[in-house]
Structure formats: C-alpha cells, structure tokens
Design a protein around this ligand. Structure first.
Ligand code: KIV
Ligand code: ZN
Length: 387
C-alpha cells in the first residue's frame, strides 16, 4: 500500500479564514493535537507576517517533535530570513517557498515574465538551501498555468534543490479529470521527477477540493495538503478528514493510505472548531453532527438489522461515540420500539400500535422527538398505554 504524506496547513491557510486569529497558546494546543493525530508535516504559519507570528511558530517548534515543521515564505530573502528565525528550534524544519506561475498572476500581480519567474524562484530555492536541508516549492495557481511552463518550473525547482514540489489549485478552478492529467504529464515528462516528492494543495471554490485531491493521488502525488474541517481562504481548503477516510474506505480503488491516527479525527475537529470559532455544519462529511445519524424509517430498520446497510464508516473509526437513530416524522416502528426498550418500557403489540400513532402525531408538530418527549407521551397516555 502506497503511503500518502499529509501536510496540515490549519495554522497557516486555515488561519487565513476570514475572522480567524489564533493566539500562540491556541496554535500550540492545535499543533500538539495534530502531532497526536499523526500528521507528517505541519505548517505553523507565515513567519514574515509579524514578529508575533515568528514567536508563535517558535513556540510550536519548541513543543512539536514528531512532525516536520514548516513556515511559508515568498521568494524574498527577507521572508526566508524570518523563517530561519522562526524554525531555528524545530526538530525537523522545512522552508515552504511560494511563487505564482499562471499568466494572470504573472501579468497582473507579479508583473514578471516567465524568465523572471524562473529566475526569482531558483534564486530563492538556492538561498533557502543554505539554511534548510528540506525546501518545498509551491507554484501558486499551478492549475491555471500553461502545462509546458509548469513542467519547466518543476524541472527548475528540482535542479535548484527542492525536496517537494507542490502544484496547487489555488482558486479551486480545476476539474478532477484535468487536474489528474496535469500530474500525469508532470510525472511522465519532467526529468528528475523521481528525486522529489510531488504534492497537491486544493481549494474548495467549486466544492471539488476533495475530488481534485483524490484525482491527484490517483495520478501519483506523494503528499496532499489540507486543513482540519476544511477551513481556509474563501470556501476553504481540502478537508484532511475527508481524504484520509476516502483513502481508508476505498483503499481497494486507490491502493494508497495515510498513516494518520483516524481515531483522533473527531477530537481534532472539535478542538479546531472551538478554538477558531468556525462551526462544523451538521451535514459535514465525516465529522458533522449528522454524519452518523439516521432518521427515516427505512434507514433505521436497515441499521437495526445490519449497520453496513447505511453506514460505510463506523463512528468509532474516527473516535466519535456511536451512530444515532434520530426520532422524527420519517421514523418507523422498528426504531420507535427500540427507543422504548432503551427507555425501559415493555409494550405488547396493541399498546405499541397506540403509542406509535401518538408518536407520529407528535412528530408532525415537533422536528426532533427527544427521550423526554417519549417519556412524557408515555406518562400522559398511561391509562391507554399501561407499562
Ligand atoms: O493556495 C495556495 O496556492 C497556497 C500556497 C501558498 C501553497 O496556499
Ligand atoms: Zn492555499
């Protein structure tokens, strides 16, 4: 089984979510939990942002000992020097350099032609290698870059001494098929590609970050980048928990897995949500409150007969407590009867029929019928439905 390295950028791209700002203590708390989760590479911040950011990254570097630690830098010596300061105590430091390569970024943002982009990136990688054994180079907006130029950029980064080349879908524009093809071409045509690791980094503007990441993995990337709960710029980044579980559940198809401790995922998701103030929607895949909740009668009946009928992942796998059968207007007799047994009521068939009819009446008026409601219903109707 091929190992896929996980690069977590919750503390950098994730912190770029509008309205999110983490204190040093909060960054350290999240970083230690990411270490427990078994993340291979943790991006702790963007050192050149401020002196406070350098201090936060240093605090993380002093505590995290079992993961590679990175900080982002633009291709300027000033940014790289800030990373040198921030990562000086890290057990396994790596410089993360970024420069945009697409026509729209070259023309309007950087005002550089192709030759200048190549020259600037190469100089920065060579300068970074004076301080770091490991350098990751990211070609920002790779998915909107001409494929021939992207091959040239990748070849330059390998020659200059990068250990990882990351090709992001910065604005979430790619479709899975074309994104997969981009990596296939890079792998097949760039000389020396076997000397480095290839990485992907996707954003979710069209809701395709997970699909694009999986397409990149199917086409040979060694590493994917993402965040916990998918937080990040605009619509966010690839959700680490989604890709990790997709690879775990469909290893028959991908032949690849991460080595994250899946049972720490739920706890990590709750912690990141609490510390960033970003709520996890109920219907969010893997970690949403409803991810293991079943409401309709048909599904509940199936679940009570065999969990595998409607659950492809056991909640315990991610460290969540258990599946829930939620009582509402779509629920059936089977789940209602189980709930009564749970609450200590034993009814004969006729009593059950009466109680079920009353429950359906209540469920028409109330979205979620709770245990207290069932108890009240049983007590109110005690004469008709004796225990
Ligand atoms: O989205 C992006 O391209 C990035 C790079 C810094 C990797 O965040
Ligand atoms: Zn990004």
């Amino acid at each position: 089984m091929r190992k896929i390295y996980v690069f977590d950028t919750t503390l950098r791209d994730g912190e770029q979510s509008p309205g999110v700002s983490l204190t040093t203590e909060e960054k350290v708390e999240i970083a230690l939990q990411l270490e427990r989760l078994g993340i291979d590479r943790i991006e702790a911040g963007f050192a050149a942002t401020s002196p406070g950011e350098i201090e936060s990254i240093r605090a993380v570097a002093n505590r995290v000992k079992n993961a590679t630690l990175l900080s982002l830098a633009r291709c300027h010596t000033k940014d790289i020097d800030a990373v040198v300061q921030a990562l000086k105590d890290a057990a396994d430091p790596c410089l993360h350099l970024v420069l945009a390569t697409s026509p729209i970024h070259r023309e309007h943002k950087l005002r550089m032609d192709k030759a200048k982009v190549l020259e600037t990136a190469e100089a920065a990688i060579r300068y970074g290698r004076k301080f770091f054994d490991k350098v990751e180079f990211s070609a920002e907006d790779a998915s909107r870059t001409e494929i021939d130029f992207l091959c040239e950029v990748t070849a330059m980064a390998i020659r200059a001494g990068a250990s990882v080349v990351n090709l992001p879908d910065t604005v979430g524009f790619a479709t899975p098929d074309e994104f997969g093809r981009m990596f296939k071409t890079i792998k097949e045509t760039v000389p020396g590609i076997e000397k480095i690791q290839l990485s992907t980094h996707c954003h979710d503007d069209l809701g395709m970050a997970t699909a694009n990441t999986l397409a990149a993995i199917a086409n040979g990337v060694d590493q994917f980048e993402g965040t916990i709960n998918g937080i990040g710029e605009r619509a966010g980044n690839t959700c680490i928990e989604e890709v990790a579980l997709a690879l775990e559940t469909r290893s028959d198809f991908y032949g690849a897995k991460t080595t994250v401790n899946l049972s720490e995922l739920y706890r990590t998701s709750r912690m990141v949500s609490k510390l960033t103030g970003m709520n996890v929607p109920g219907n969010k895949a893997i970690v949403g409150a409803n991810a293991f909740a079943h409401e309709s009668g048909i599904h509940q009946d199936g679940m009570l007969k065999h969990r595998g009928t409607y659950e492809i992942i056991a909640p315990e796998t991610i460290g969540a407590s258990s599946s829930k059968l939620v009582l509402g207007k779509h629920s059936g007799r089977h789940a209602f009867k189980e709930k009564l047994v749970d609450l200590g009521y034993t009814l004969d068939e006729e009593q059950l029929n009466i109680a079920f009819a009353k429950f359906k009446n209540l469920a028409d008026r109330k979205k979620n019928v709770l245990s207290e409601d069932i108890r009240a219903l049983m007590e109110e109707n005690i004469a008709e439905v004796p225990k």
